[in-house]
Write a protein that binds this ligand. Structure first.
Ligand code: SF4
Length: 256
């Protein structure tokens, strides 16, 4: 497998180490040597063809948040009591990134304890990795030129980090739907299993993340790509190569 300079730089940005570049040499008689240990090469990065499913008609927006602009929606979420998750949150985590329109809407698993305290998504080490992943794909969630908006699948952290219940996901989808309507993204990127299963829909029930990656789904009328949560990648860096494949798929899909 060969990698051009740009691909190597992007993978290095995500902290994925590639084998050194080898140089061609004149063939010599092969001496008898001990067999080398097998090195598993990183999977290929390039997504050549992307097949996007035909758009399905988007369901009508749930009521309650439908008429709000982004600042008003943020305000409404900070005071929301739409489900039981409001009881134990310290802060609702509305999301952050692009202020007007976004190329990518990045939807993650629920906030962790630090983000619940900060009221901001990806405020720690996982956020730094997410920034590097976005940069490798030509996206950013920071500054005036931000092109991505990052938000959790439910805006209030479930107690003790448990998975959100279906009724809680149902209640909070009204917020996410309004965010998508306001930001008009070209693509939705799901980070983590809980976000992925919810956005892919009933067909994803019980499926592992690996079965949901590598294809383009639909959420409402938007293409949806699934990848690993950055907090998982910090624990399992070998899967950064798979995340790179997912980012390539997302990047190609958002161009179509
Ligand atoms: S999780 Fe969503 S619906 Fe539930 S209280 Fe928080 S903002 Fe409201």
């Amino acid at each position: 497998m060969t990698w051009d300079a740009r691909q190597r730089a992007m993978l290095a940005e995500m902290g994925f180490r590639l084998p050194a570049v080898s140089r061609a040499v004149a063939p010599e008689p092969e001496p008898e040597v001990e067999p080398e240990p097998i090195v598993v090469a990183a999977p290929p990065p390039a997504i050549v063809r992307v097949v996007v499913p035909a758009p399905a008609p988007a369901p009508a927006l749930p009521s309650g948040f439908a008429g709000l602009d982004l600042p008003a929606l943020r305000e409404a979420v900070s005071a929301c009591r739409g489900c039981g998750l409001c009881e134990q949150r310290r802060n609702a985590v509305f999301g952050a990134g692009a202020l007007q329109s976004a190329q990518w809407l990045v939807v993650s698993d629920p906030a962790d304890e630090a983000d619940d305290a900060a009221g901001e998504p990806f405020s720690g080490e996982a956020g730094r990795l997410l920034d590097r992943m976005l940069a490798a794909a030509g996206q950013s969630r920071a500054g005036e030129g931000a092109s991505a908006f990052v938000t959790p699948i439910v805006k209030c952290r479930p107690p003790r980090g448990r998975a959100p219940q279906p009724a809680e996901l149902d209640a909070c989808e009204a917020v996410l739907a309004r965010q998508a309507e306001l930001l008009q993204p070209r693509l939705v990127l799901a980070l983590g299993l809980q976000a992925a299963r919810r956005l892919v829909g009933p067909d994803a029930a019980g499926e592992p993340l690996g079965r949901l990656r590598g294809q383009v789904h639909r959420w409402r009328d938007l293409p949806l790509v699934v990848t690993y949560h950055p907090a998982y990648l910090l624990r399992s860096p070998a899967d950064k190569a798979g995340a790179w494949d997912d980012l390539c798929l997302a990047r190609e899909t958002s161009k179509t």
